[in-house]
Design a protein around this ligand. Structure first.
Ligand code: ATP
Ligand code: MG
Length: 414
């Protein structure tokens, strides 16, 4: 079986945008298999055929396809002629070595001019398999499903189907900027938005050199890992230690956490506008920690002037989020001990209901504009790609920010 048939679901519903969605999915599949010599991907009649090439290991192909958003399911398949005898004989030959307790045939005609209807194909091929192998037919809960797809010029059949990750192809929804800490939650939040077709850029605030560079390394590892789901990523890092020190020197301890967060989102919004990201994303969830009460979230949001702040985990509890982090593979990285900037100068009893008035009064003592300008001017950028480019440094490529793909920043006039 040297083809793979990929089915998409949700994107089939998207009306006039459909051709564009499919093109995006095809491009993403090509990129995901980009290092496999001779791999081919083409859209045919409502599905996608992938030919991974002669040297590709199925485990690798399976792992890669299982991460491409927009894929509903995929199966190794054989391409054959449409003649029913040829089709049935090929299927029966491929059943050698299998002894399922029961089976069924499921046929779909993408070409409705084919001489037999789908139920007729199912009965015909099913009857021949039964005659050859004497297996029991079970239409409701068969152990083996033989899937047949009749297209205009060829037919495919497959025996083992694997679920894809679902969602929308990376790149069909706009770019967003995710505030990525080294914790468990924010990588999951990033993943959720990737699954909705957003290209997620990452922004990390670190307190190096006041603290060790552990959180920086960890976040690079998280970015590298998450890149397997969106194929290219950018990580921005901002030095936040001096800003925290200034907050600590001037603000009452209970308000500090909310002040740090408001500064973070201000810096994030400025950067987002510069890189044309359409929203900020955080890993906050209501009530998880003191800074994440509804009152505090409202005070944090008030520091953002125009962009939506998306919190995809807002209603999830920690167990659910941890389970998802395990499934996407970020959990073992997230639990590596580090020194997060939030542990620096953090009061023992942060306000759970900071009032906006008190917070704004405390901010009067801070040179907000200067702090935000300074942070954005010094942001560092790193690029990641998957599959990793042969000559790229293992963790990514570093750049100074200011050369965003040659595009002028949209807020250049402000
Ligand atoms: P996480 O597990 O994502 O760190 P958390 O439950 O520890 O979340 P907080 O530390 O209060 O919660 O952080 C809330 C959110 O603020 C994070 O999910 C993340 O989006 C953002 N954030 C916190 N610290 C940083 C940081 N150092 N750099 C970037 N974003 C951060
Ligand atoms: Mg955290």
């Amino acid at each position: 079986m040297d083809s793979v048939i990929v089915h998409y679901q949700e994107i089939a519903l998207k009306g006039k945008n459909r051709p564009w969605f499919v093109e995006r999915l095809v491009a993403n599949l090509r990129a995901a298999l980009g290092d496999l010599e001779g791999a081919r991907v083409r859209a045919i009649m409502g599905r996608i055929e992938v030919t991974p090439g002669p040297h590709a290991a199925w485990d690798t192909v399976r792992e890669r396809l299982g991460r491409v958003f927009g894929v509903a399911n995929f199966a190794r398949a054989r391409r054959v002629g449409r003649n029913i005898d040829e089709l049935a004989n090929a299927v029966i030959a491929d059943l050698n070595g299998r002894e399922p307790r029961s089976f069924r045939v499921t046929a779909r005609r993408a070409d409705k001019t084919y001489a037999l209807t789908s139920p007729e194909i199912e009965r015909e091929v099913g009857g021949r398999i039964k005659a050859a192998r004497d297996w029991r037919v079970d239409l409701g809960n068969p152990e083996l499903v033989v899937r047949i797809e009749i297209l205009a010029r060829e037919a495919f059949y497959s025996l083992d189907r694997h679920p894809g990750p679902g969602g929308l192809p990376s790149g069909v929804s706009g770019p967003v900027l995710c505030l990525l800490s080294g914790g468990i939650d924010s990588p999951v939040a990033a993943y959720r938005l990737m699954k909705r077709g957003c290209r997620v850029r990452f922004l990390h605030f670190h307190s190096y050199p006041i603290l060790s560079h552990a959180s920086r390394d960890k976040v690079r590892e998280l970015a590298r890992h998450l890149t397997a789901y969106q194929l290219t990523s950018r990580l921005y890092q901002v030095a936040f230690g001096d800003i925290q020190r200034q907050v600590m020197l001037s603000a009452p301890p209970p308000l500090r956490v909310v002040l740090y967060r408001r500064l973070m989102v201000r810096i994030a919004e400025r950067l987002a506008r510069r890189i044309r990201a359409a929203a900020l994303v955080t890993g906050e969830s209501v009530g998880q920690v003191a800074s994440q009460t509804l009152e505090n979230l409202a005070v944090i949001d008030a520091a953002v002037s125009g962009l939506p702040v998306l919190r995809p985990l807002v209603g999830s509890d920690k167990d659910e989020i941890s389970g998802e982090a395990q499934a996407i593979g970020t959990y073992p990285i997230s639990i590596i001990p580090d020194q997060d900037c939030c542990q620096l100068f953090t009061p023992r009893h942060p306000a759970t209901r900071a009032s906006r008035r008190d917070v704004e009064a405390a901010e009067q003592a801070l040179p907000l504009q200067e702090l935000v300008d300074g942070a954005v001017a010094a942001v560092e950028r790193e690029e990641f790609s998957f599959p990793p480019r042969p000559n790229a440094p293992a963790a990514g490529e570093r750049h100074a920010v200011g050369d965003e793909a040659g595009q002028p920043p949209p807020d250049a006039s402000r």
